[in-house]
Design a protein around this ligand. Structure first.
Ligand code: ADP
Ligand code: UVW
Ligand code: MG
Length: 390
């Protein structure tokens, strides 16, 4: 099936056309591109229409790519309501929009994309695939915050977790690589890109993850603070900051941008090599936070089959992986520097043979996961309809 995948991020909209009948990830890409957008463009219909003109021009370059049979959307927040890929209807668009209160950088854009795509391609079925769905298996003792019941109930304030589309796919790829059945895989998966999170996977299912009610909790990220004492928010408010200003500070002006002066780990790495102490401290803080989570989650999953690095930083930054692993020596994890330095593409082992469990680098491919989930839901629907007619 030819699926147009729309992945609206905080700073860009990525689009792909994937042919799900082609099993090789790279060969399945028939068109791809990225449109950068300012915050106001994300849910403004006329601006979004311009973005879709750019996508259309990209699709027009090839006849295969121009022939779209389905549209798959990455939706960051599905709340408690959406635990599996879901056919897009007017009710689904409205629900995704309502959940925008919990994911203001992502959900309004997804809802707007669904509406615009429905106008552009009225006969093409659309499917929403949720980042939160893979984490629906997290037990209540890991998902709940110790806050009063009325606060919890007002907005279902609990840990949802994100990056599930990427983590689930990385688990499938890692299980295949290791020769372990997917349903028995135990792993700690670090998705480290601009946004970053780490997930404990036991028996192929998510049992804990570092992001919480929103994608702000947990690790230090490009521009997000990750875990902080909530009293810091109160302090900022007492100093006069409005909720929007606090949001701006913690989501957009914190993380590596605040610590190192840049959110791009390539620049941080270069500054560390030049011997800049600020960059070096920033990398230490970034790696140390992740190492603490990995150590804790290694206990949570009990016997990990692997530690998996994925996402732009996890896949590409040798200095980052080295720093993280240096904290994890007591777990018996050992890096092989030649393997770590190797620029080889695809899934690979970067740990030494004597490591207590292997450390893998697995390329993240959210678009492939979304295309496959979209095709399989629609194919199931078609089978069901045929079955009912018989
Ligand atoms: N060669 C590299 N070395 C270090 N970091 C890299 C490299 N290539 C990409 N990155 C980092 O990956 C980040 C983007 O990761 P990605 O997973 O694409 O993020 P997102 O999808 O969250 O925007 C960039 O901000 C950059 O810091
Ligand atoms: C959920 C999230 O943080 O996504 P991204 O890493 O794409 O910003
Ligand atoms: Mg991403």
């Amino acid at each position: 099936m030819h699926v147009l995948v729309l992945n609206p991020g905080s700073s860009s909209l990525k689009y792909h056309v994937r042919d799900t009948s082609v099993p090789e990830a790279e060969a399945s890409v028939q068109a791809s591109g990225q449109v950068n957008w300012a915050p106001q463009a994300r849910s403004d219909p006329s601006r979004l229409d311009e973005v879709f003109n750019v996508i259309n021009a990209g699709l027009a370059k090839s006849t295969e790519a121009g022939h779209i049979e389905a549209i798959g959307h990455r939706v960051v927040h599905g709340g408690d309501q959406f635990r599996r890929p879901t056919r897009v209807t007017a009710d689904v668009v409205a629900a995704v929009e309502r959940l925008g209160a919990l994911a203001p950088l992502h959900n309004p854009a997804s809802a707007a994309c669904m509406r615009t795509a429905g106008i552009r391609w009225p006969d093409v079925p659309q499917v929403a695939v949720f980042d939160t769905a893979f984490h629906a298996s997290i037990p209540e003792y890991a998902a709940r915050y110790a806050i009063p019941e009325d606060v919890y109930k007002a907005q279902r304030v609990k840990r949802y977790g994100f990056h599930g589309i990427s983590v689930e796919m990385a688990c499938r790829d890692a299980a295949g690589f290791l020769g372990v059945p997917g349903s028995s895989l135990n792993a700690v998966v670090a998705h480290v890109g601009n946004g970053a999170s780490v997930t404990a996977v036991r028996g192929g299912m998510s049992v804990d993850t570092s992001m919480g009610m929103t994608p702000l909790e947990g690790l230090v990220m490009g521009t997000r603070s990750g875990d902080i004492d909530p009293s810091i928010v109160l302090l900022m408010q007492r100093e006069g900051a409005t909720p929007d200003e606090v949001d701006e500070i913690l989501n957009h002006r914190s993380g590596m941008l605040a610590l190192a002066g840049t959110a791009d780990m390539r620049d941080v790495g270069a500054a560390v090599e030049r011997g800049e102490p600020k960059a070096s401290l920033a990398l230490d803080i970034y790696a140390y936070r992740l190492a603490k989570y990995i150590a804790a989650y290694s206990m949570v999953v009990r016997r990990p089959d692997a530690l998996v690095f994925t996402g732009g930083v996890g896949e590409n930054s040798v200095a980052f992986r080295t720093k993280v692993l240096s904290w994890l020596l007591p777990l018996g994890l050992a890096m092989d520097q030649d393997r770590n330095l190797s620029p080889r593409e695809g899934i690979r082992v970067v740990s030494a043979d004597g490591s207590s469990f292997p450390v893998l680098v697995v390329p993240s491919d959210e678009e492939r996961a979304i295309a496959e989930a979209t095709a399989s839901l629609l194919e199931e629907d078609t089978k069901d309809r045929r079955g009912r007619r018989r």
